[in-house]
Every structure is written in structure tokens, then in C-alpha cells.
Design a binder for this molecule. Structure first.
Ligand code: HEM
Length: 602
């Protein structure tokens, strides 16, 4: 297990009192009042996907997805080292640049970490106070680049939207690579560590996974998605009583996972037992790595060992069925696609060891299950607070039915801009993943701070999306920042009433259409806010489109035939730490509504 090293010895510190006078959102916006370096027109190629920063900045979320892939395919191919040649010296982006070797320009180090607690660090405070309040306090005090201690690791945290987005777009490069705390790898295995931290291994595994998320594959999953949603909505409506969204969002997502990601054919009781173990494993991933009886970490490890056995058994039992499906040219799950891609790619028969198959299955479910569950729970918790939004969704469905008929095909899902905007807005204000972590491979300057080679970066997508995005908060200044109180960002009804506006995504779509050449470099640099929840650039979540389809099918069916009432009044609904989750008591009631006749097509 890696041990935290204090890397800042011998580098001069400037007074941290400068943080009190941070100029915010000035033009060009920079939290330190320094003109931001722009991406050089001849920005060099950034790593193995052959996409320059400029090209990466232009690529759309969806287009980026299939380029490279999954950390969980358990590839045994020989990965190369992250960066072997000399580090680049002329790379820069909004708010950051690579520093030539040894030239630190007397820059101050980021500050904020005053915790010397081993293993736990500031984890407890982060969890109990909520990520929003915790981050805001540091931001006010130390500016948009600060440190804190996540377990044993000092995390250099960046909360500036443009810097975060630009750094994410680098992907694996000579500047940075993937990194995660050891607890995550303890749960997901060494293969996952290699696939997330070694660019060559990541590229191979992304390639193996990509077909499982292609348009063709999604088309194949669509009937299953619809059947799962109908069954669940009917059950909720039939219950006629309060539904606990925290449990039920996860339950729905688990059906997606077991039917679409891995295609488990097992009885419900066995599924329930697996779900419990997955929960324990997921909690272990984000716990301090303390291996003592009863700790979350130990429980996660025990669950992992059992899950491996369970999944190996299930995969073996389903082998004959899968082979038959393969012969029939049918791929019923992402896992099936991986096996097929691997068979085609390797000169051998491409068989994974049982252990590799089990790890790949667990990895897939972990990547997609809790994230999607939290997203669905948030969607269903937020929606009933906005009757106007529900009305617009119903109207959109009437128009869609009038134009295309009742079938939910991929083309029909693409013709639901408002439903799309609602899902995006939920994921913006309540992201199931609030940050992405990386490790720097070179010395850098980020927003006026020296970030030494080997630093662990926490790029706060949550803070960027809700606070520092200049398109959303153009007038945010240090004064306004100081007025945000300690409870920010609790995501209660009051916050949501101010912040939840699906229309902002429609404005963005219209603006892009008006721009015409949305792929030109000038329009891409002025591009309205982009959702960071799934990350952006070469590492972008492979399940992005799958999740959007699941959520839009659910919304379409809901708007066509069901009602949804909030039962929690003004109570706090969600809290954001490393993930955004519902408070345990968030409840709604589903009912059925009479479908209105479709309006005539315009
Ligand atoms: C609301 C739902 C989801 C959210 C918010 C989400 C978010 C993310 C984020 C933030 C990343 C990290 C990207 C980076 O390191 O820059 C990621 C990666 C990934 N996600 Fe998702 N995800 C979701 C659903 C899914 C689903 C349903 C799957 C299906 C298996 C999935 C598969 C993956 C995979 C394979 C990666 C690794 C990509 C790579 O490292 O190259 N995700 N996701």
C-alpha cells in the first residue's frame, strides 16, 4: 500500500493572506487576476490517442467515448509506462501550464491541508459536513486551488470550472495520468489499477469495451430498458404508498446492471444477496483503508471475496446460453460485447481466466450501478418539486407520440430535447460523482500555484458546475463568494428552486445551432457550459449514453402515464460528499394518470 509523502519540502511559500482578495470571474476570468494562458495553436500531441488538446477540446462527449476504454476488461496485454520521454515544456491551458524543469517562478504551493491524522486525514469532516460546505470553506480561504487530506493523501484540489474542464481534456498524457486511492484498487483489483493508471492498458481496455456502448448495442438494449422501467413503474404505482427513493433508485439501477451490463440469469433471492455485497464493496472503496474487524474497508474486502466466487459461478452457469447467443449473432450485454471483442482482437481464443472474468463483471457493475442508482434517485426526488417541469415533459411526450407514434426507438429518444435537458440538469446539480482524481507527471502551475510532479489532483466537477462556471455565474466575485454560507451546497428545496433550470441546456443547444460551426476552435472555446459529471475528453465515462437512454426512457414513460408526488416538504433532499446521495428519508408516491390524447403534430 502506498504511503503519503510530503513533497513540499524546500519550496518557498508566499503568504496565504492573498486569498482574501481573489478577483473572481473578471475577463479574462482568472481567480488570481493573471491573464490566462491560451492553448497554443500548435499544441503538441497529448499522448497515445493522438488528439491534441485543441482537438480534445472540440470533441463532443459522446464522440469521445468510443476512442479508448474500460478499466475492467482485465487485459493481460503488455502495457507501456506512462511517460518515458522528456516532459513537455510548452503545454498550457486555461489557468494552467507545464513548468520547465526546475523553474517554479517562486510560485506558492497550494495550501489548506493542516491535518496530520494518518490514514483518516480529513475524511470524517468531509463526510459529516458535506463536500460542498467543506470545499467552499477552503475555497474562500485559499482560493480555487487548495489542499486537503483524503485519507493518507494530500489532494491538490482544483475548483475552477475552466481549469478543471481543460485538465480533464488532457486525459492520459505526459502531463498527468489516472490515480485513485488504494482502497478503490483493493476492492477492484490490481488489473483495474493498471487499466486506470497506465495509458496503454487503458487504451486497450477502452477499445475492448467500446462496442458494448455503440449505437448498435444501445439499440439492442432498448427493449430491455423499456421492460425494466415499465415493470418498476407499475410496481411503484401499485404500491400506492411512500416509496423510499434511496433504496428504489438503486433497485432499478441494479436491474439495469444485471440485465444490460452482465446479463445475470439468477433467481431474485440470489440477486438480492449479490446486491448487498456490492453495496458493501462500494462503501469499502471510499472508506479509509483500515483493515480491522467491523470497518467498512474490511467488510468491503470480505464482500469482494464472496462476490468473486458468486460471479464466477454465475458466469460459468450462463456459458452455454452465451455461446448460443454468440452463434446467433446476438450480444445481450456489455459483458458479452467485451468477450466478443477480446475473442476477435487476440490471436488466441481470447478466453479470460475465471478470475479475470469475475473481476471484469464486478468492475462493470461497480462502474455503472451506484452511479446510475444515485442519478435515478436524484431525478425522481427532484422532479416532483417542479410541477412545471413535469408538465413540460408531458407536453413533449404528447408531441413525440403525435409525430412518431408510441414506440421508444433511439431516434425517438433523440427527439426529446427537454427530457434530455432535465436529466442533464439533475446530473449537474446532484452529480453521482462529484470529482475526478489524477496524478501529475510533471511540475505545473495551476492558477498561480506550484503543483509539483507527483501531486494527487482532485478536480472538483461539482464545484465547477454549480459555482465557478462563468457561463452560469458570470458575476461571481469574491464578495458574493463570501456571502455563501456554511451550509452551501446542501441541495435542499431552497437551493434547487434557485439553481435547477433544465432550460439552460436548451439555451445551449440553440446557441450551438446558431453558432453553426460548433466544431470551429473559436466557438468551442466559447462553448456554453458543458456537463462535467461524466468527465470530458479521452477518459469520458463509457456509460454516458447508456445512462442517458435509461433515464430518458424512464422519464418518457413516467410523463406518459404516471404521477409523482414529493412527501418530504422542504426537507434536505441530497448531500454531496465524494458522491451526491439522497438523505435516507427521501420519499415519493407514484400513481397512474389517464393518458391524454396526443396533440396534433405541428
Ligand atoms: C449517472 C451515471 C454515471 C456517472 C455520473 C458516471 C461517471 C463517470 C466518471 C466521472 C468517470 C471517470 C472519468 C475520468 O476519469 O475522467 C467514469 C468512468 C467510467 N464509467 Fe461511468 N458514470 C456513470 C454511469 C456509467 C455506466 C452505466 C457505466 C457502464 C458500465 C459506466 C462505465 C464507466 C467506465 C467503463 C469508465 C472508465 C472510463 C475510463 O477510465 O477510461 N459508467 N464514469
Amino acid at each position: 500500500m502506498l504511503v503519503h509523502q510530503h513533497r513540499h519540502v524546500g519550496v518557498s511559500h508566499r503568504s496565504c493572506s492573498q486569498a482574501a482578495s481573489i478577483p473572481l470571474h473578471t475577463a479574462p476570468r482568472n481567480f488570481h487576476g493573471v491573464a490566462r494562458p491560451q492553448v497554443a495553436a500548435n499544441a503538441p500531441c497529448l499522448g497515445k490517442n493522438s488528439s491534441s488538446l485543441r482537438a480534445a477540446a472540440q470533441e463532443s462527449e459522446a464522440a469521445a467515448a468510443p476512442q479508448s476504454a474500460c478499466p475492467f476488461a482485465g487485459t493481460a496485454l503488455n502495457p507501456s509506462a506512462a511517460a518515458t520521454s522528456a516532459p513537455p515544456t510548452d503545454l498550457s491551458g486555461p489557468g494552467w501550464k507545464v513548468l520547465p524543469n526546475g523553474n517554479v517562478d517562486n510560485l506558492p504551493l497550494a495550501q489548506g491541508n493542516f491535518s496530520w491524522l494518518p490514514i483518516i486525514g480529513e475524511y470524517g469532516e468531509l463526510e459529516s459536513r458535506g463536500g460542498g460546505a467543506f470545499m467552499l470553506e477552503r475555497f474562500k480561504k485559499f482560493g480555487p486551488v487548495f489542499t486537503f487530506k483524503l485519507g493518507s493523501y494530500e489532494m491538490t484540489t482544483v475548483v475552477d470550472y475552466e481549469a478543471v474542464r481543460s485538465l480533464l481534456q488532457l486525459g492520459d498524457s505526459k502531463v498527468m495520468t489516472g490515480w485513485n486511492p488504494p482502497a478503490l484498487y483493493a476492492m477492484l483489483g490490481e488489473g483495474t489499477k493498471r487499466n486506470l493508471e497506465d495509458p496503454a492498458a487503458r487504451a486497450i481496455s477502452r477499445k475492448l469495451m467500446a462496442p458494448g456502448f455503440s449505437k448498435e448495442a444501445l439499440r439492442g438494449y432498448l427493449r430491455k430498458i423499456e421492460a425494466i422501467c415499465v415493470k418498476q413503474l407499475e410496481a411503484w404505482a401499485a404500491a400506492g404508498k411512500a416509496v423510499d427513493l434511496r433504496a428504489e433508485g438503486k433497485a432499478l439501477s441494479f436491474e439495469f446492471s444485471t440485465q444490460l451490463l452482465v446479463d445475470f440469469d439468477v433467481p431474485d433471492e440470489e440477486k438480492a444477496a449479490i446486491k448487498t455485497k456490492l453495496d458493501l464493496l462500494f462503501q469499502g472503496m471510499f472508506a479509509p483503508p483500515i483493515q480491522l474487524p467491523g470497518t467498512r474497508f474490511s467488510k468491503g474486502l470480505a464482500a469482494k471475496a464472496e462476490l468473486q466466487q458468486d460471479i464466477m459461478r454465475i458466469i460459468k452457469a450462463g456459458q452455454a446460453r452465451r455461446q448460443q447467443q454468440q452463434q446467433d449473432g446476438e450480444q445481450s450485454s456489455v459483458f458479452q460485447y467485451i468477450l466478443e471483442a477480446r475473442r476477435q482482437t487476440l490471436s488466441t481464443d481470447g478466453t479470460l481466466s475465471e478470475q479475470q472474468m469475475a473481476d471484469a463483471g464486478i468492475g462493470l457493475i461497480i462502474a455503472g450501478n451506484d452511479t446510475s442508482g444515485l442519478g435515478i434517485s436524484a431525478l425522481l426526488a427532484i422532479l416532483p418539486l417542479f410541477p412545471g417541469v413535469m408538465e413540460k415533459l408531458r407536453k413533449e411526450q404528447q408531441e413525440v407520440i403525435a409525430k412518431y407514434g408510441p414506440d421508444l426507438s433511439i431516434n425517438v429518444l433523440d427527439a426529446m430535447p427537454y427530457a434530455d435537458a432535465v436529466v442533464r440538469e439533475v446530473l449537474r446539480v446532484a452529480p453521482p460523482s462529484a470529482q475526478v482524481t489524477r496524478q501529475t507527471l510533471v511540475d505545473m502551475e495551476v492558477l498561480g500555484k506550484f503543483v509539483p510532479k507527483g501531486s494527487r489532483l482532485l478536480l472538483s466537477t461539482l464545484m465547477g458546475q454549480v459555482l465557478t462556471d462563468p457561463k452560469l455565474n458570470p458575476s461571481l466575485g469574491s464578495e458574493q463568494l463570501q456571502t455563501l454560507d456554511r451550509t452551501w451546497y446542501t441541495i435542499d428545496t431552497k437551493t434547487l428552486k434557485q439553481d435547477f433550470k433544465p432550460e439552460r441546456w436548451l439555451v445551449q443547444q440553440q446557441q450551438q445551432q446558431q453558432d453553426g460551426s460548433s466544431s470551429s476552435s473559436s466557438s468551442s472555446s466559447n462553448r456554453p457550459s458543458q456537463l462535467l459529471t461524466f468527465s470530458v475528453g479521452p477518459h469520458v465515462c463509457l456509460g454516458l449514453t447508456l445512462f442517458m437512454h435509461e433515464a430518458k426512457v424512464l422519464l418518457a414513460l413516467l410523463a406518459r402515464g404516471y404521477s409523482l408526488d414529493a412527501l418530504n416538504g422542504e426537507d434536505v433532499l441530497l448531500s454531496a460528499t465524494v458522491v451526491t446521495q439522497l438523505k435516507s428519508n427521501t420519499q415519493v408516491r407514484f400513481g397512474k394518470v389517464q393518458q391524454e390524447a396526443p396533440v396534433a403534430a405541428r
